[in-house]
Design a protein around this ligand. Sequence first.
Ligand code: COA
Length: 149
Amino acid sequence: MILRKAISSDQSTIRRMVNDARINPMQLDWRRFLLAVDDAQNQVIGCAQVKPHGDGTRELASLVVLPARRGQGIARALIERLMSENPPPLYLTCQSGLEPLYWRFSFKALSFDEMTPYFRRLWKLVGFLRRFMPGDPHLSVMRWDGPLT
Ligand SMILES: CC(C)(COP(=O)(O)OP(=O)(O)OC[C@H]1O[C@@H](n2cnc3c(N)ncnc32)[C@H](O)[C@@H]1OP(=O)(O)O)[C@@H](O)C(=O)NCCC(=O)NCCS
């Protein structure tokens, strides 16, 4: 497995992986993506990006590993590379059940008061939408503030 930056022809693969994983399908510009690629089969097996927001915050997002390749450290490799290239603070959002995954990388869940206005708006919007989708999990906003521990 190698990590490489995406190229324009990866755009449809990125979109398909994100759609299949049913995570946020917005803002999927290939220029920001880091890919994990099975070198032998020349197949993209994982992706992730860091999205800049208008208020200056940056968000680790669109992390997906193909189902057949999960549990092999591919997400860890993508997260660690992006963290090494993007100094703290770095934000992310996830379903609350995934917080333990990100604790491993020193991300901490934020209270509403600790969120920036952008993430407060998002958190409220998702909370509102959950009224119509009762089974849906709670959204967590997390932040990495310092070096990996
Ligand atoms: C979440 C996801 C990216 C994990 O990918 P992965 O390649 O299987 O993860 P890794 O094998 O690199 O695991 C990294 C670490 O996180 C842990 N971990 C992985 N999935 C986890 C989960 N669902 N909950 C808690 N911990 C988890 C692993 O045990 C491992 O810990 P370790 O390195 O200390 O042993 C993958 O399951 C996926 O694509 N899910 C669907 C899309 C999604 O939910 N993305 C996250 C959006 S916020």
